[in-house]
Design a protein around this ligand. Structure first.
Ligand code: BGC
Length: 492
């Protein structure tokens, strides 16, 4: 059965004319029709191809040097490090001989907010300190062998090797000077060496690639790994022969290569996405204007900010009466609302929207009338629905490009996992794009919860890299001798 995502559109009877007119304007601005979704995904396919070409395009389409799916027989103990926006997670993963099984221990560390705009030394020092704490806590007094590490660094990086990565640009609000344009591996390894840690960075990976590989470990239908979280992006397996920008390397054309699309950068040139004036402000006031056009319309980092900008704009509009005579100072603080605020509004189970009312009161010091609450509710729904529908265009584009008519997409990230109705709205958008009507009983392309990409996925990619190094298949691997010392006692 095809279930339409729910909407509260019906409950607008008592809303005054000025607010009703604004709701209609917002509906116009934020709704994306079926026809538009199709046009966006068709254009998206061309942009993915451009990204793979020698000339390049807006979408980076970064080759990752992850050149195989796991076969389920990977073995050994690996560290995995995930540098997320809010947390830093360190895992130790032991892949066992049993097909598809593993043991995991992990610790989480808070990523201090100041670090995102601090110095490079502080960043690498903090990360290395966390790794040191992990080792000391879990392996006190042990003589450890050199442990291979899969480092999930979820930012666009140019990789000539899998254990190398030049940061193209910071995304998701990070702004640390002196890192863009540089290989991030040497300063990271220097911080490890200073602390005498028995760790060798074996693979620098993206969260999407990790998600793809971890999901494919347990489900062979998985063709795409996607993140719908603070940022948005996807990875998939390409054939080397379809990557013209790698032609000079004479790789076997049939050999697979995972591509980290970095498609948050889709439509940086603003030719197709239906941007609103609020999207324009978000971009202008971000640390990297002109970058990540697609991401800024759909990713978790920006959903609360979009909502805030709309409400402020309505309040400032002389033709609209909203939050009349109230103290707006809290709402005036940029990025004071995150996506969880919108989630909570959309999840309010009560017809009188009493939870939404409490939320506005506690978080923003605003008391709302019932019509104001109705407007806020509809706005959250519009922003959340637009995010889900546009998100589906990236997935549809990869499927169209690869000719996948049926597959699984492994997805992770706070928006996918926590935002109400995101999955149902995304699934509806895929039906709209591919024209699956009622006669299609089961959606052929399904976006489903992924396995742990930045833990198990990172460990698997490190394992696959060591396996390739041992076999002498060295394309895209540097510092091979040091990698081959992994799992051996630490050299003195
Ligand atoms: C980054 C990607 C990442 C995505 C999801 C984007 O901002 O550029 O590398 O995969 O966020 O975390």
């Amino acid at each position: 059965m095809v279930r339409k995502p729910p909407s509260r559109k019906g409950s607008m009877a008592d809303v005054p004319k000025d607010l009703l007119a604004q709701i209609e304007r917002l509906e116009e601005l934020f709704s994306v029709s079926k026809e538009k979704l199709i046009a966006i995904s068709d254009h998206f396919v061309k942009e993915l191809e451009k990204g793979l070409s020698k000339e390049g395009g807006s979408i980076p389409m970064n080759p990752t040097w992850c050149m195989a799916f796991p076969d389920g027989h990977e073995e050994g103990t690996f560290l995995a490090l995930d540098m997320g926006g809010t947390n830093l997670r360190v895992c130790e993963i032991t892949l066992t001989e049993e097909k598809g099984e593993f043991d995991i221990i992990q610790s989480k560390y808070k990523m201090p907010e100041e670090l995102k705009t601090g110095t490079a030394e502080e960043l690498w020092g903090y990360i290395a300190d966390c790794l040191q704490q992990f080792i000391e806590y879990h392996h006190e007094g042990e003589d450890l062998p050199q442990l291979p590490l899969g480092f999930t660094f979820s930012y666009p990086a140019t990789q000539e090797y899998i254990n190398h990565g030049i940061l193209q640009r910071w995304t998701k609000g990070f702004d640390i000077a002196g890192v863009e344009g540089q290989d991030v591996v040497p300063p990271f390894e220097a911080a490890l060496a200073e602390r005498g840690l028995p760790i060798k960075l074996t693979a620098l990976i993206n969260d999407t690639t990790g998600t793809l590989i971890a999901s494919a470990y347990t489900d062979t239908e998985m063709k795409i790994g996607a993140i719908f979280g603070t940022g948005c992006n996807a990875a998939y397996m390409e054939n080397c022969g379809s990557i013209p920008k790698l032609a000079h390397m004479n790789l076997n054309p049939d050999h697979p290569m995972a591509i980290n699309c970095e498609y948050g950068a889709f439509d940086n040139e603003h030719v197709i996405l239906p941007r609103t004036p609020y999207d324009v402000i978000i971009d202008k006031e971000s640390p990297r204007p002109g970058q990540q056009a697609f991401e800024k319309m759909i990713a978790g980092l920006y959903l609360g900010e979009l909502f805030r900008l709309v409400l402020l704009d309505l309040h400032q509009n002389p033709d609209v009466e909203i939050f009349q005579g109230q103290d707006m100072s809290k709402l005036q603080r940029p990025y004071c609302l995150d996506a969880s605020f919108l989630s909570a509004i959309e999840e309010d189970p009560f017809e009188n929207l009493s939870e939404t009312s409490d939320l506005f009161h506690h978080k923003l010091n605003l008391s709302c009338t019932k019509p104001e609450l109705e407007l806020c509710r509809r706005l959250a729904e519009l922003i959340g629905t637009r995010a889900a529908r546009l998100s589906a265009c990236g997935i549809a584009a990869i499927c169209k490009k690869k000719g996948y008519t049926a597959c699984h997409v492994g997805a992770d990230g706070s928006v996918f996992n926590k935002y109400p109705h995101f999955k149902a709205r995304g699934a509806q958008a895929l039906r709209d794009i591919f024209g699956w009507g009622k006669e299609v009983k089961k959606d052929p392309i399904v976006i489903m919860a992924a396995e742990d990409g930045s833990g198990v996925g990172a460990a698997l990619i490190a394992a696959l890299t060591l396996k390739r190094a041992k076999e002498g298949n060295l394309a895209g691997i540097r510092d091979v001798d040091a990698l081959l010392n992994c799992h051996k006692p630490m050299p003195n």
